[in-house]
Design a protein around this ligand. Sequence first.
Ligand SMILES: Cc1cc2nc3c(=O)[nH]c(=O)nc-3n(C[C@H](O)[C@H](O)[C@H](O)COP(=O)(O)OP(=O)(O)OC[C@H]3O[C@@H](n4cnc5c(N)ncnc54)[C@H](O)[C@@H]3O)c2cc1C
Ligand code: FES
Length: 354
Amino acid sequence: MAQFHPLTITDIHHTIRDAVVLTLRPQDPAAFTFTQGQYLTFRQDFDGTELRRNYSICAGLDDGVLQVGIKKVEGGAFSTFANERLQVGDTLHAMPPMGKFHTQIEPAKAKAYVGFAGGSGITPVLSILKTVLHREPGSTFTLVYANRAVNTIMFREELEDLKNRYMGRLTIIHVLEAGQDMDLFSGRVDQEKCALLFKHWIDIKSVDMAFICGPEPMMLGIASALEAHGLTKDQIKFELFGESQQGRLAKQAVSARAESGSGTQATITVDGTTRQFVMPADQSVLEAALANNLDAPFACKAGVCSTCKAKVLEGEYEMLSNHALEDYEVEQGYVLTCQCYPLGDSLVIDYDTH
Ligand SMILES: Cc1cc2nc3c(=O)[nH]c(=O)nc-3n(C[C@H](O)[C@H](O)[C@H](O)COP(=O)(O)OP(=O)(O)OC[C@H]3O[C@@H](n4cnc5c(N)ncnc54)[C@H](O)[C@@H]3O)c2cc1C
Ligand code: FES
């Protein structure tokens, strides 16, 4: 399950100074069949410490390539490595595509989509919009793209080309923190800005589906505005690119919890292998699985990416943080195991049920 596959870098280009687009050729192409909007989890060793990071596929389904776009984060380990050290011919290791940031493509339907992206949050939205425009000839897409300034806009030229290719079907609204003449297109994309955009530029009543990817405060503001203008939760899809992926929230919360003395009898299945052991109340299911030599999948360990998703078949539990699973998945018993702690005497977890 948590299997990593080698991918060769066949091309690297800088879409802006601080962001690279990597074209990847998997050794096992079948393992990397993807759906628009999905992400890859990469594994890289940094002086003996293994880091795992998620990067969304920015290619559309019909582009014939596998590409990710990585923006350099100041002081960021993997993103700096990707921007400054990687070269064509190098090999990276990634898990097969994952993620639910997509809706079904329906070629016969004419739908109106709106996408909101902040900074590097454009990557999955780009994959979605390219796929929708190509595969649903009657559909339209409006992109609201927030950036600091013109020179930080990833994929600016590609977006312009797409606008020309899909004349009348793709609308792009750039909102910049600085450097725009009109107030409407300046500042941050928050609830108030959305209300203005819906009044003057976007016919929100006709929108069928909205996609949002960016920093959390931006996502929450946009979602509130969309709901206030009549969209239901089912019509809004999120992808959060978590800013802190150390799992601090979980640790703090757990230390505040009462410790249960005798531990929990855990039964955990990963990739057909089942192990039984006693786990302490202050250990996450993911950490317990890893400590017991199960090859459980994970990346952010912060409740953001859903790589560690599994199903609870039996037992009481608590999930401390969830930025990735949808309500219906939680109702069905799915958990982010990096955020899941036992509450009772026994817990049965299956990573293989999807
Ligand atoms: C599902 C998913 C998909 C993602 N897709 C992409 C993508 O397509 N392109 C992309 O560039 N990134 C993407 N990310 C973010 C990416 O996984 C990393 O978090 C990011 O590149 C930073 O990793 P790092 O190792 O360079 O920094 P780290 O060494 O982890 O962090 C260094 C410092 O930067 C802060 N930091 C971490 N991440 C961010 C951030 N995103 N913005 C601002 N500050 C941050 C940390 O709090 C820390 O202080 C995605 C994340 C998720 C969960
Ligand atoms: S590892 Fe990312 S949500 Fe658990």
